[in-house]
Design a protein around this ligand. Structure first.
Ligand code: PGA
Length: 254
């Protein structure tokens, strides 16, 4: 199975030119890697521009969010169908930074359904705010998954990716990067939760790790945490660093 490496650019960079330059540099590196599927998720405003730069299947575009309806009176929102018609393939749903803005489990569930219905692959983000000694956080993550996948059929599961992103390990205020064992423990929980829900049909769903991934730890997560890929924030904005992550993914895929 190819490794899936997704760059989440968040609200960067500030100019379209910078976005084009970064994407072009990343695309060049990604094009040489046979065993890696690279996805770049830029802000919506750059999507049309960057779409023109996509030349093959090895480096494609994803969005950071999408609304629940096809079209309508939803000021400021973008529909999964609009993204689809632009040639976008993936959409991040339920990122912790969006949940912090008020996105509920119920809304995340509706967004997952809408994304799949439009033909996008939903990259569902789950993860705990803090860890406790009693393992309550595992229950919390399990429930996030159950909620988000409510009503999603076995067949539709082919369009779902789950990204484990512990909130305490994300962004520049991260307490620390998760250890490969921290990530492995939750990968196993996610696999078990999916198997309980869908049986064998769930075995092919990619599980990703995200949170302070960099060129130094990327290979370790891929080799030791039983994940099929990575969701990368800050390190995806520096094409050189992101290229190093992509290359270590190529190595572990072999
Ligand atoms: P980070 O962000 O890699 O900058 O920690 C990851 C994410 O929020 O997806």
């Amino acid at each position: 199975m190819k490794k899936l490496i997704i760059g989440n650019w968040k609200m960067f960079p500030v100019s379209a030119k910078e976005a084009r330059d970064k994407f072009t540099a990343i695309k060049k590196e990604a094009a040489a890697l046979r065993n890696v599927q690279t996805v770049v998720c830029p802000p919506f405003v750059y999507m049309g521009d960057l779409k023109k730069l996509v030349t093959g299947h090895r480096c494609v575009l994803g969005a950071q969010n999408a609304w629940t309806e096809e079209s309508g009176a939803y000021t400021g929102e973008v529909s999964p169908d609009m993204l689809m018609s632009l040639g976008v393939s993936y959409v991040i749903i339920g990122h912790s930074e969006r949940r912090a803005l008020g996105e509920t489990d119920e809304l995340v569930n509706r967004k997952v359904h809408a994304a799949i219905k439009a033909g996008l692959t939903a990259v569902l983000c789950v993860g705990e705010r803090t860890r406790d000694a009693d393992g309550e956080y595992l229950k919390y993550i399990g429930e996030q998954i159950l909620f988000a996948l409510k009503g999603v059929s076995k067949k539709d599961l082919a369009n779902v990716v789950i990204a484990y992103e512990p909130i305490w390990a994300i962004g520049k205020n991260a307490v620390r990067a998760a250890s490969t064992d921290d990530a492995l423990e939750v990968t196993i929980l996610i696999r078990k939760t999916l198997a309980d829900l869908y049986g064998q049909g769930s075995f092919n769903i990619p599980v990703l790790y995200g949170g302070s991934v960099d060129a130094q730890n990327a290979g370790d997560f891929l080799a030791k945490s039983q994940v099929q890929g990575l969701l990368v924030g800050r390190s995806s904005l520096d094409p050189k660093v992101f290229a190093a992550i992509l290359k270590s993914a190529e190595k572990t895929a072999r």
